[in-house]
Design a binder for this molecule. Structure first.
Ligand code: SF4
Length: 385
């Protein structure tokens, strides 16, 4: 086959169920063919049409001439001693994006990317420092899950298409998912499709820096769980950390969260909070955070992420004492707050600064108790001083 013919082939990973039905109709095939195809592609991760044994031979021949199933290909793969896996996918033009799999006792979470680079320019984010290259296509977004699920199943000897290794997907890797809304929504529909990955809305999370209009659009099109990168309780500070705040200030963001909660699969929003030493890590900052979510009436949980310095950042890591005291303050005010435990340290598993937001919830209760104990000791010591 010539290069020209190859570029004209349709990549079936770009279609959600409706798109695949329309495409099948356009080549004179019945709608049920689309369902069969979806199951082969997304439930079994099969890319060779000849292996799709319940498809008519004539249909398979047609597929071979017109289509491919082509995920992005990893250029590097690393395995951590704690079971975390990272793939670096080539998306052409010298760009690569990351996906990270984090195994836990009760779930397997895959963190995927939605853009090559990012235009949002958050001060504390290494991806933001790289600038924006381009949006990923639907096939490049879905392909990360397709590839990871296939590899993990192979490794674990899983052959039953109903047994899955990845139970949760979070869009917290490179990029701002809501700036690539059409492709992200199509990908989400494939994740939720019973003939596709069959994930429940609660098990798929989109993380945004706070694009208010797009939050509303996501609510309409595919209301999965929502995580919002907050990082500051006031416009004054958030303006400095996240340029998006100048366009969509905190009060507008909180209103969008309230609207989202009407359709969200969970009854709370997760607020991500990167803790930056000496900038947003004081107990007063914690109090302002509590005051904000109370005033704005947004039921929420907090995920605290101690900043991890990278070469071009002038920002500092918070001390462990400050992180625990901050966390304890939120807990005391009645809010669930957890401190992210870094996973896959030995393979540098964080995509940008925020990929590591996929926090380790293993033995969450014990960890929470431990955090509280440590915080109580620290507070006691402070009080004595
Ligand atoms: S934190 Fe997220 S939205 Fe901000 S620059 Fe980094 S990848 Fe983009």
């Amino acid at each position: 086959m010539t290069a020209k013919e190859t570029t004209e082939l349709v990549n079936l990973l770009d279609f959600d169920a409706e798109g695949l039905r329309e495409w099948c109709a356009s080549i004179g095939e019945k709608p049920f063919r689309a369902t069969q195809l979806t199951r082969w592609i997304h439930r079994r991760q099969v890319s060779d049409f000849d292996q799709m044994t319940d498809l008519a031979k004539s249909f398979r021949e047609k597929l071979r001439k017109l289509a491919v199933i082509e995920p992005p290909v990893p250029i590097a793969e690393k395995k951590s001693s704690d079971g975390t896996r990272k793939w670096l996918f080539d998306v052409g033009g010298g760009n690569a994006v990351e996906a990270v799999f984090i195994p836990e006792d009760d779930r397997g979470t895959l963190c995927i990317s939605s853009q090559a680079g990012c235009a949002m320019g958050c001060l504390f984010c290494s991806t933001g420092k790289q600038g924006f290259n381009r949006n990923l296509s639907t096939s490049e977004i879905v392909g990360q899950l397709w590839w990871a699920e296939r590899e993990l199943c192979r490794d674990q000897g899983i052959t039953d298409p109903n047994d899955r290794v990845i139970s949760n997907v979070v869009l917290m890797g490179m990029g701002e998912p809501l700036q690539n809304l059409d492709n992200v929504i199509r990908a989400l529909r494939i994740f939720l499709d019973d003939n596709g990955y069959g994930l429940s809305r609660r098990r798929v999370t989109v993380s945004t820096s706070g694009l208010v209009n797009q939050i509303d659009k996501l609510a309409e099109a595919a209301p999965v769980a929502l995580a919002v990168s907050l990082h500051a309780a006031t416009d004054e500070l958030r303006d400095k950390l996240m340029p998006v705040n100048k366009k969509h200030p905190v009060s507008q963001l909180m209103a969008a969260c309230r609207r989202y909660l009407r359709v969200a699969p969970r009854d709370f929003i997760t607020f991500e909070y990167v803790m930056l030493g000496g900038i947003n890590d004081s107990l007063e900052d914690a109090d302002r955070l509590v005051e904000l979510v109370r005033r704005e009436r947004v039921p929420c949980k907090f995920n605290l992420i101690p900043f991890n310095p990278f070469p071009q950042s002038d920002l500092e890591k918070p001390t462990r004492e400050k992180v625990l005291a901050f966390c304890y303050r939120l807990n005391e005010a009645g809010y669930v707050a957890t401190v992210r435990k870094t996973r896959g340290d030995d393979i540098d598993a964080a995509c940008g600064q925020l990929a590591g937001e996929v926090r380790d919830r293993t033995r969450r209760a014990e960890r929470l108790a431990q955090q509280k104990k440590e915080a109580a000791v620290i507070l006691h010591r402070h009080n004595k001083d």
